[in-house]
Design a protein around this ligand. Structure first.
Ligand code: PMP
Length: 364
């Protein structure tokens, strides 16, 4: 027996882990700086870790009260009704819930290229198709309604990533509004704000006050440092928010994930430290790296290094793991996640040594 034809499905390729790289290269994991997966270099909020310990005994029951409490807390934060908050295992889970809620077989979605791979993967799982709009390095990956609309052909879902992975560019709220205005009434514009806390732009959640065709994705994986727990959510319009009950995998976010997220939401210091240090680090990378970089509003910076594969490999041997962006269709770029101040300084020094050793003819 075989599964169904999965030949058009691509496997998700995550950034490489420290243990994996250390083992391959015979290095001490403590000597490696991992800046390949846009994780929080300050770890999780200590309050979240304490909450996990405190509630460890509670994992024999399904998460009902904690799910309701977290939903209510997030709803209050955004000033929306609690039904509008769709908790999920990571923002990835929300992408699946939106696919389930929106896509009939053979419906299509429109995604940025380069862009986050999971939008397309989720559509294909749900028997949908994928079209792409181009964000161009020549325009610094500028995101306007016009860029998206030039490829729009009535798709059911249009994804906007703001800040955009892997470039860090943003789409302003005026442009999101113009995009939603110009698309069909039955097209949902999904604004993925997985990196929203690091940006200075306003969240698109405010647009839901007077429209039913925009949804927003947020996550606890980045600014809150809870990537390993898998908890995120979508904020969706009131008009169809009750669809959650029909599409969510029961008990979508785990008991400990809900408890930790609740604690993390109250730990303002940790979020502020994380955001401040990411903003400092992206400036440091932009000004000190011996390669051209793109302006980023996220916790990462895209750099033009000439040969991504060669640089990522040599950097690894030099103790820094960065993301080779060939799989994003950018074979001349690496994406460098922001580290702590100390880690970022050290990583940039090592990357500059690597670039000098390789002598690929790139410079800032
Ligand atoms: N959207 C974007 C643009 C991302 O880069 C990521 C994670 N890399 C996600 C969504 C999903 O994050 P998570 O599932 O960890 O919440």
């Amino acid at each position: 027996m075989q599964p169904r034809d999965l030949s058009t499905h691509s496997a998700y390729v995550p950034g490489r882990g420290i243990e994996e790289v250390a083992r391959d290269l015979g290095l001490d994991p403590d000597d490696l700086i991992k800046l390949s997966s846009n994780e929080n270099p300050h770890g999780a909020s200590p309050d979240a870790v304490a909450a996990i310990r405190e509630h460890a005994d509670g994992i024999s029951v399904y998460p009902k009260a904690s799910h309701a409490d977290l939903t209510a807390r997030i709803a209050a934060e955004w000033g929306v009704d609690h039904e509008q908050v769709w908790l999920s295992p990571g923002a990835d889970g929300s992408i699946d819930y939106l696919s389930r809620a929106m896509l009939e077989p053979d419906d299509r979605i429109l995604v940025p290229e380069p862009g986050f791979a999971y939008y397309g993967m989720s559509s294909r799982y749900h028997h949908g198709g994928v079209n792409a709009y181009e964000l161009s390095a020549d325009d610094d990956f500028e995101q306007t309604a016009e860029t998206v609309l030039s490829a729009y052909a009535g798709e059911r879902i249009v994804y906007v990533t703001s800040p955009h992975n892997p470039s860090g560019s943003v789409m302003s709220l005026d442009e999101v509004r113009a995009l939603a205005d110009a698309t069909a009434a039955e097209t949902l514009v999904v604004v993925d704000e997985a990196y929203g806390e690091f940006a200075a732009t306003d969240s698109a959640v405010s647009l839901l006050e007077d429209r039913d065709d925009v949804a927003v994705l947020r996550t606890f994986s980045k600014a809150y440092g809870l990537a390993g727990l898998r908890v995120g959510y979508a904020v969706v319009p009131n008009e169809w928010s009750d669809a959650y009950a029909r599409v969510n995998t029961p008990f979508a976010a785990s008991e400990l994930a809900c408890r930790a997220a609740l604690a993390a939401l109250d730990d303002d210091d940790h979020v502020q430290t994380s955001v401040d240090s990411a903003r400092w680090a992206r400036e440091h990378i932009a000004s000190e790296l011996d390669a051209d970089t793109y302006d980023s509003a996220g916790n990462f910076v895209l750099a033009e290094v000439g040969d991504a594969e060669a640089v990522a490999e040599a950097a690894q041997r030099n103790g820094v793991i960065v993301r080779d962006c060939s799989s994003f269709g950018l074979p001349t770029c690496v994406r460098i996640s922001t580290g702590t101040r100390e880690g970022t300084r050290e990583a940039v020094d090592r990357l500059n040594e690597t670039l000098a050793d390789l002598d690929l003819g790139v410079h800032a």
